[in-house]
Design a protein around this ligand. Structure first.
Ligand SMILES: Nc1ncnc2c1ncn2[C@@H]1O[C@H](COP(=O)(O)OP(=O)(O)O)[C@@H](O)[C@H]1O
Ligand SMILES: [Mg+2]
Length: 378
């Protein structure tokens, strides 16, 4: 069918026509934002899930909700080659200028900019002049240690926002890429802000390793954040995610086609968008059937191989690749000892490879005393 009208959206961060199955998390976020603005205590939120389940698009939807509630938002994605400071500085600078334009007292804005200048100085960076007369304010956010500086900096941001009768929502994607120190600083900052009932909320998204990383950085993180798990969609949700966008273009799927796509995609949002996209492409009529699904099979597999799996596969070590090949051909339930046998090595010799491929995802206090046997679905 007409590729221009194709309503499916496979791709990192591509907003789907219908954000299906995320109503509960969106409602939790709405409550968190509303309560924080009214100085009522609430846990900040760290969304966790595998790649392609829809964390980024959900984070963007939450940002819209924050804006609708009157928040000023800062959002960015952590990358491997830039520190948290480098991401925060331009965003906070813009935020202070934006707050400055609102009616009300300017003292807290000036103070905030001064503290931001200290923070910049501590990182030995130069961001030029702020264009505002600033008195020196030594001893605040100027040590270069995120655990000391971020709480002071964020408190200054929150006070400036409060002076202008608004709140700040900080949205961070790929937060698992922060260093242990940066994550520790962020957690300490949120701890301090919560105690002061400051109008500042953190909503972030990361891989399932995030609770463990946060717990390792600061053990009290477990009590400070909620960790909604973003997972796959069930058959009904999957049908809705396929049928609603199709209906907007006066198209539909047969019940058999829906069942087949669910079986192939396991309700995994990225995969079902790719299925929808390719089935649309091969179909000749607006009623897409099981035959179209099987005709699209090869294209879907090729696209997933090149766009989704390749980038991850290429980053694996040779030992990790061997482990994954053995696991893929191992009959279920597949135990570590089966993989070791296939590879012709002792089970203890594959433990480090297994650990690097499947890092533990729970808080230390929630980890089982003994590791459960590895299964192919682990
Ligand atoms: N709730 C949803 N319903 C339908 N499609 C979704 C949903 N969430 C995400 N998607 C689709 O899944 C893909 C991956 O989304 P993305 O937010 O990039 O995932 P992640 O950030 O978890 O890797 C995108 O193509 C997006 O359109
Ligand atoms: Mg993402």
């Amino acid at each position: 069918m007409d590729p221009i009208k194709n309503p499916f959206t496979p791709g990192a961060g591509c907003p789907p026509h219908q954000l299906v199955g995320r109503e509960t998390v969106l409602e939790e976020a709405r409550i968190l934002l509303g309560r924080t603005l009214r100085r009522k205590p609430e846990k900040s939120m760290l969304l966790t899930g595998l790649r392609g389940v829809g964390k980024t698009v959900l984070l963007n939807a939450i940002e819209h909700e924050a804006e609708a509630q009157g928040y000023k938002t800062i959002s960015f994605e952590v990358t491997e080659n830039q520190t948290l400071g480098l991401k925060l500085i331009p965003a906070l600078r813009n935020l202070f200028f934006e707050l400055d334009r609102l009616a009300g007292n300017k003292d807290k804005i000036k103070r905030g900019l001064m503290i931001l200048r200290n923070f910049i100085g501590s990182l030995k960076l130069n961001y030029g002049e702020f264009g505002v007369e600033l008195d020196p304010l030594p001893g605040i956010a100027d040590t270069g240690n995120p655990e000391i500086d971020l709480p002071d900096l964020f408190l200054a941001v929150a006070e400036a926002a409060r002076a202008k009768e608004t709140g700040v929502a900080l949205l961070i994607d790929e937060i698992q890429l922060l260093s242990n120190e940066e994550l520790g600083g962020l957690i300490m900052a949120m701890h301090k802000l919560q105690q002061k009932q400051a109008p500042f909320v953190l909503i972030a998204a990361g891989l399932p390793t995030l609770p463990r990383l946060a717990g390792d950085a600061k053990s009290y993180a477990e009590r400070l954040f909620s960790y909604p798990i973003i997972g796959t969609l069930n058959q009904d949700e999957c049908n809705k995610a396929l049928q609603t966008p199709a209906a907007m273009e006066h198209a539909d799927f047969s019940p058999e086609a829906l069942t087949a796509i669910f079986a192939h995609s396991h309700g995994y949002p990225y995969f079902l968008q790719e299925w929808g996209y390719q089935v649309w492409k091969v179909a000749n009529t607006p009623y897409m059937t099981e035959i179209d699904v099987s005709d699209a099979h090869k294209q879907v597999q090729d696209r997933l191989d090149t766009n989704f799996f390749r980038v991850r596969y290429d980053r694996l070590t040779d030992a990790e690749k061997r482990f994954m090949h053995a696991m893929a051909t191992c009959p279920e339930p597949c135990k570590s000892s089966d993989i070791a046998e296939q590879l012709g090595i002792k089970p203890t010799a594959i433990t480090p490879t297994r650990a690097s491929l499947i890092p533990p995802t729970l808080f230390p206090s929630q980890r089982p005393a003994k590791r459960p046997a590895l299964t192919a679905s682990a």
